[in-house]
Design a protein around this ligand. Structure first.
Ligand SMILES: Nc1ncnc2c1ncn2[C@@H]1O[C@H](COP(=O)(O)OP(=O)(O)OP(=O)(O)O)[C@@H](O)[C@H]1O
Length: 311
């Protein structure tokens, strides 16, 4: 049975039109399915949990929404061995679709690929974890990326930005992250930090701008942060940037966009199974663009082949 979790508010409500198209196609093909609509932030997590706990032995859980909705669903999933995940991108940034090679422009094609897939493949997920105020370990899974510092700050701003509504209306929603990045550069706060990779390799970072542990090449609406990242190698591609004067930030962004990472002084990329980051003052953390609070100590790790996916 196919179970759909739909966020009609994604891409400032444009996902409603996408879902209407998909429903017509599902009915025309006489596909047996049930659909659940996310009614508030966090609801998709509860829906996913409820669906995964059904007695059904072959659950096909399909998300119609943006990266944030996919993240909510993945974090509600249980019994991963009997659930196969599918994704129809209809959000603003669509970095998960980009990483999986699924175009947001043609939801019917994405649906066809899901319905006609001969077999599922296994995709890695990342996990970001931290200790809460009571010292209890908390974590969130992610499909695309998680990060600390400047990239997380931009995600936090995007969650509440009126600009996103406007850009989505004119079909340019993915630019919201880029525009907010440029707008926030002047207010950039850097922080000394310590980063330690599995195996013991470590660096003292002076004025860290951000660090992100990528499971897919793109975040922020198509910025190729880790162009060589693979989502099935059991590794995260960690990008970390330190000691860049504010006036050189626009050039850094341009070089990132052009995939000229080696020309950015202060940028390093390293593949790893896990990495730990410490900063003396709390910095904002995100998981697939969703806010995870302000933290001083976080850990990112790859969970190899955790998600069975149709695409
Ligand atoms: N019924 C709802 N009303 C308002 N917000 C909702 C509802 N259901 C889910 N949400 C929230 O909507 C947020 C954004 O959704 P989503 O990620 O699907 O779209 P997007 O922001 O347009 O795309 P992207 O994340 O790719 O930039 C999620 O953080 C989720 O918590």
């Amino acid at each position: 049975m196919y179970y759909f979790i739909v966020n009609l508010t994604s891409r400032t409500g444009k996902a409603a039109k996408t879902w209407h198209q998909l429903k017509l196609e599902l009915d025309q093909r006489e596909v047996a399915y049930k659909a659940y609509v996310s009614e508030y932030p966090g609801h998709a997590t509860r829906l996913a949990k409820m669906i995964c706990n059904k007695a059904d032995k072959d659950i096909r859980l399909i998300v119609v929404g943006g990266d944030g909705t996919a993240n909510e669903v993945i974090n509600g999933m249980e019994h991963f061995e009997k659930v196969t995940f599918g994704y129809i991108p209809s959000g603003s940034g669509n970095d998960l679709g980009r990483g999986l090679g699924i175009s947001a422009k043609d939801p019917l094609e994405a649906l066809q690929r899901i319905l006609e897939a001969e077999q599922a493949r296994y995709m890695d997920l990342g996990r970001v974890s931290w200790a809460d105020d009571r010292g209890i370990r908390q974590s969130r899974l992610y499909a695309i990326s998680a990060g600390i510092g400047f990239d997380a700050l931009v995600c936090e701003l995007a969650l509440h930005a009126k600009l996103k509504t406007f850009l989505n209306r004119i079909g340019l929603g993915k630019l919201v992250y880029l525009i907010l990045t440029v707008k926030s550069m002047r207010a950039l706060q850097v922080q000394d930090a310590y980063i330690e990779f599995e195996g013991g390799e470590s660096y003292e970072l002076k004025d860290m701008v951000f660090a992100a542990a990528m499971n897919q090449p793109y975040e922020g609406g198509g910025v190729p942060m880790a162009p060589d990242a693979k989502n099935d190698d059991g590794l995260l591609s960690v990008i970390f940037v330190e000691d860049i004067p504010k006036k050189k930030m626009p050039r850094m962004l341009l070089r990132l966009l052009l995939k000229k990472h080696k020309k950015i002084q202060g940028l390093r990329l390293k593949d790893t199974k896990s990495v730990r980051i410490h900063s003396d003052t709390p910095l904002v953390v995100h998981s697939d663009g969703e806010f995870c609070g302000y933290r001083t100590d976080i850990r990112f790790e790859a969970e190899k082949g955790k998600l069975r996916i149709l695409c």
